[in-house]
Design a protein around this ligand. Structure first.
Ligand code: IVH
Length: 683
């Protein structure tokens, strides 16, 4: 074998392998080799083809990346017309009866004749394509066009990894298949997210995405769109023994390496069609691609020929559609809703429209950024999407129907910068999409969430104050503010539905027990936006007392290690609201909440935290303090608690059964103290 023969053979071998792995990966979804290995094979082939351009062929997998742009898509006359399907007008399951009845009549069958065998499959919502293979190689791909003449889109179709460039197994002289190019929902979402990140145009829906990509003049652009394919029928064939039924035909096409949708059945009579229709309706929303219905086909190809077609539509198939998931309607108004976390979300009030099987009157607009991106305005005609139980959504605006008087919508302006529920200031913090109500503790919309957070284990740790009880307390108008919690007593609580006297007593006890929080816990419990446990501890350590934190402006707050501008802004904003200050005062009022926050000096003040900068290690069981309590007390005094002993450790606090840490301390000569000594240090 000469060198060039060897190279040619290697090129052929690489193509075989890559096409095989494409099929495993893109069609079967069961890759056999890691991506890195695939990339290596691919690069080797690219290199050889670059060195030997005479070996390059159109069915090489390297040609999937797209080629030179064309100026027009050339017309292609279909050797067999690409038919369309009649749509069953009755969209209830009864539509299947009507189709069956018509078909039986056309075949001259009466009630005593056996049922007709049907194939049922999905009606994919994409773009119809005809693929022509000669001697196993993909030679041409065309759109449907008017059914007689379509457009040559071979270059673009080659970029779709699910479409075989070469058939597997025996190869008929001519095999034309028809199917649907589509974009899956996850691919669509990913593609749009990426486009948004890049500030580029997004696709309106997967269907447009698929159709637009295939009709691109520049196949390199088409190559960047993630498209998929399902085969569902046949065109011209030569030198192939066509199977006897539609079901067997699809099986055979699968063997050639085409993706065939697994959601299909063959059954007898209208009953089987109705069962399929119902099963698919139920799972429509969980399919990873859009469908607009199901298709019923007479299974026997002989019977299909007997039934024939009129102009464009065969008599042997019908499309049974589902309710559309996208419809057009008008935005009559934009209103706002205040969510549990204080996010104020815009909602479009729509002219009622039947979409996704229900009448829709509202659609979420998410936030100001989304409104800006879609430029949705009051009075606009829009496309609304409702899929499954998902909240209906405005997909896009139909600009040429926009009333002249319309103006861009600003959420903050529309609500005059105040929360429509409680009247607190509404703000949009830098770097946040949401407009928020600042009335954290007073806004009824946020109250439940705020109370649950306040009571949670790492905050005030009020045992028994769970979601159900909070719902009862807020909905029953018993608790309006956090301070009201401490007004609860046993008679009040046991009057609630399903509340035993014993549980009521336990809750009152838990409330009582929560009254001496560390400053860090209390600050965390307030539920200030962007203030988690760590920040609350930092604030407590630095400022020592709640009054100091409340009095600090954003600049002073940023002096705290690890507090940046966004966090500082939320804290300052929180304490600037008089509602919030009032509730804190009530919580601390001996007549109402009676909370005594354990405050200290704070590392900021001149005398600094007593233990400022000192490093402690806790080991063993202390006689009275839990380890977490000791830690909080040390931290409140400006000290740090570390998990391991080193030469940097200032004190090891040892209790009962102290182990290796104690030994290490002795070895390094670190001071070892007990709980009593720790409490003295803290005093
Ligand atoms: S069969 C028998 N089967 O629906 C006539 N079409 O014609 C040939 N479509 O744009 C079409 N899913 O692309 C057939 N399972 C399916 C289909 C299907 C979607 C499309 C087809 C055409 C339209 C109506």
């Amino acid at each position: 074998m000469t060198v060039s023969e060897q190279t040619a053979q290697r090129v052929r071998q690489l193509r075989e392998e890559i096409l095989h792995h494409d099929y495993q990966y893109y069609v079967l979804d069961t890759p056999e080799i890691p991506d890195s290995e695939y990339d290596r094979l691919f690069r080797e082939l690219q290199t050889l083809e670059a060195q030997h351009p005479e070996l390059l062929t159109p069915e090489s997998p390297t040609q999937r990346v797209g080629g030179m742009p064309v100026s027009v898509l050339a017309p292609v006359r279909h050797r067999m017309p690409m038919l369309s399907i009649e749509t069953e007008t009755d969209i209830t399951p009864n539509g299947a009866w009507a189709f069956d009845a018509r078909t039986r009549k056309k075949l001259g069958l009466d009630a005593s004749d056996p049922p007709i065998e049907y194939a049922a499959e999905l009606k994919f919502d994409g773009l119809a394509i005809s693929l022509r293979y000669e001697n196993g190689l993909l030679v041409q791909a065309a759109t449907r066009g008017d059914g007689e003449v379509g457009e040559d889109v071979t270059q673009n179709i080659r970029t779709i990894r699910q479409i075989p460039l070469r058939l597997k197994g025996s190869t008929p002289e001519v095999l034309e298949v028809r199917g649907e190019v589509y974009m899956s929902r996850p691919d669509f979402e990913r593609y749009n997210a990426r486009q948004r990140e890049l500030g580029k145009a997004t696709l309106v829906n997967p269907r447009n995405g698929a159709a637009g990509s295939i009709r691109q003049l520049d196949s390199r652009l088409a190559a960047q769109r993630p498209l998929s394919f399902f085969v569902y029928g046949l065109g011209e064939t030569k030198g192939w023994n066509v199977p006897a039924t539609h079901g067997k035909l699809l099986d055979a096409l699968k063997e050639f390496g085409f993706p065939v949708c697994a959601e299909r059945t063959v059954g007898l009579g209208a009953d089987s069609l109705i069962a399929f229709h119902q099963a698919v309706s139920a799972k429509r929303d969980s399919l990873p691609y859009d469908i607009d219905g199901v298709v019923y086909k007479v299974n026997s190809l002989d019977l299909q020929r007997e039934l024939g077609f009129r102009t464009r539509e065969p008599h042997w198939a019908v499309a049974h559609k589902f309710p559309a998931q996208e419809e057009m309607t008008v935005v009559e108004n934009i209103e706002v809703q205040v969510g549990r976390t204080g996010a104020i979300t815009p909602v479009a009030r729509l002219k009622p429209v039947f979409v996704g099987g229900v009448t829709v009157t509202n659609a979420t607009l998410h936030n100001q950024d989304e409104i800006d991106r879609k430029d949705v305005r009051i009075g606009d005609t829009v496309i609304v999407r409702r899929a499954g139980d998902v909240i209906p959504e405005v997909v896009s605006v139909i600009l040429n129907r926009r009333p002249e008087s319309s103006r861009p919508y600003s959420l903050l302006e529309a609500i005059h910068h105040v929360c429509p529920v409680c009247g607190s200031h509404a703000v949009r913090l830098p770097e946040e999409a949401a407009v928020r109500c600042t009335g954290e503790l007073v806004c009824p919309a946020q109250r439940k969430q705020a109370i649950l957070h306040f009571a949670s284990r790492r905050a005030m740790d009020i045992e028994g104050l769970g979601e159900k009880l909070v719902d009862q307390l807020v909905d029953g108008n018993i608790v309006h503010t956090l301070a009201d919690l401490y007004r609860l007593d046993v008679p009040r609580l046991s009057a609630l539905e399903r509340m035993a006297e014993k549980s009521a007593q336990n809750i009152v006890k838990a409330l009582e027990k929560s009254k001496r929080p560390t400053l860090a816990r209390f600050v965390y419990a307030l539920g200030i936006r962007n203030v988690g446990e760590a920040t609350a501890k930092d604030l407590a350590r630095y400022f020592g007392a709640l009054g100091n934190i409340a009095a600090a402006d954003a600049a002073a707050l940023q002096e705290v290690p690890d507090v940046g501008p966004v966090v500082a802004e939320s804290i300052a904003q929180f304490f600037s609201e008089s509602h919030n200050r009032e509730i804190i005062a009530q919580l601390r009022d001996p007549e109402i909440g009676g909370i005594e926050i354990q405050e200290g000096q704070g590392s900021r003040s001149a005398s600094a935290g007593r233990l400022s900068g000192q490093i402690f290690v806790l080991t063993g069981t202390l006689p009275t303090l839990k380890r977490e309590e000791a830690k909080e007390m040390i931290e409140a005094a400006g000290g740090k608690v570390s998990g391991s002993v080193s030469s940097k450790t200032d004190y090891v606090v040892a209790g009962e059964e102290a182990g290796s840490k104690l030994a290490k301390a002795q070895e390094l000569g670190v001071a070892v103290i007990d709980e009593t000594a720790l409490l003295q240090l803290l005093e």
